[in-house]
Design a protein around this ligand. Structure first.
Ligand code: ZN
Length: 320
């Protein structure tokens, strides 16, 4: 059983699917790698963005709910997502975000690295962190962002917690994360890989209120296991630690188990396999509405109920 390698994907709520695609695919240069539906509610899209093939550690996913109210952030949730860029890419991103009228916050320093904070169109907090650490992605070369300036997968995610102790115990004792730093109320833990998606920051906010999920809220954070047998070992280990873990769910592109850690943040442990090329060739990723077998017989009505999305760089309209 290997230690958890790092972040697999992060899933959030959005409001307008077109706005979401335009922002992540076009502005941030994160390829739309899968257009499918929420397997628990097929009237809602599930949109996946990542590098060219949707490598684990690059995947940001959304459930766009056109009628959603905006979420209110609070304790017990993943509150910010940080992507890695190289230090010399910072001027490019400042200019690019400004050109799309995305306002950015003050440049901060965190554990010696520069952090540029901004928000997605639904108010979800994003950060670009400059780092020279290894970050291997499968670069998507058909987007607008040049390779030298590309977003290099996840750097870290920040969890808002009442107190770090109980969450830290789960990360360290059940997932083999190591504590690697502390700055004020921010405690940093690292996964075992030497590459993307390594860090989880616990930001302690004692006495602050809990959030309310809505557009711009992060629903859960998923961590990487290699395959089904390793996931099974984690399922047993997490249950032995007293956590209430769901049975394995088939998410088509990976298999998942879920549990709430003691501060209430929803965690998932997902397999790297089989990946996004499972049901679509790599050069066509994201361009067809993909449904799991059990929804195929309802394809016509599912397709009909989904809002239309104009693909940001291809002359196609989704769903198709
Ligand atoms: Zn997930």
């Amino acid at each position: 059983m290997q230690p958890i390698q790092g972040i697999h994907h992060i899933t959030a709520f959005a409001k307008n699917p077109q706005t979401n695609v335009d922002f992540y695919h076009k502005v941030l240069g994160q390829r739309l790698v899968k257009t499918t539906v929420n397997f628990d509610d097929p009237s809602t899209y599930h949109l996946y963005y990542g590098d060219n093939t949707g490598s684990p550690g690059t995947i940001m996913t959304f459930f766009p709910w056109p009628n959603a109210a905006r979420g209110v952030r609070g304790n017990g949730e993943t509150a910010a997502v940080a992507y890695t860029i190289r230090p010399n890419a910072l001027p490019f991103w400042r200019a690019r975000l400004a050109s799309f009228a995305v306002s950015v916050g003050e440049l901060q320093t965190r554990f010696g690295q520069s952090v540029l904070p901004f928000h997605d169109p639904d108010g979800m907090p994003l950060e670009l962190i400059t780092s020279d650490e290894p970050a291997t992605i499968d670069f998507w070369d058909a987007g607008d962002v040049p390779r030298e300036q590309a977003i290099l997968g996840f750097h870290s995610a920040t969890l808002w917690v009442e107190s770090a102790d109980a969450t830290a115990r789960v990360l360290q004792d059940s997932m083999d994360y190591k504590k690697v730093g502390q700055e004020g109320h921010r405690h940093r833990y690292a996964g075992a890989s030497n590459d993307i998606g390594l860090y989880v920051d616990l930001l302690e906010r004692p006495g602050e209120s809990r959030g309310r999920m809505g557009a711009g809220s992060i629903h859960h954070i998923a961590f990487r296991t290699v395959d089904d047998s390793e996931q099974q070992a984690y399922l047993t280990r997490l249950r032995e630690a007293g956590l209430s873990v769901t049975p394995v769910q088939d998410r088509q592109y990976f298999h998942s188990i879920y549990f709430r850690e003691p501060n209430g943040v929803l965690f998932e442990v997902a397999t790297d396999a089989p990946g996004f090329a499972y049901d679509e060739p790599v050069d066509e990723l994201g361009t067809h509405l993909k449904l799991p077998d059990w929804y195929e017989k309802h394809r016509a009505s599912i397709k009909n109920a989904l809002p239309k999305i104009k693909h940001p760089d291809l002359d196609i309209t989704l769903p198709r």
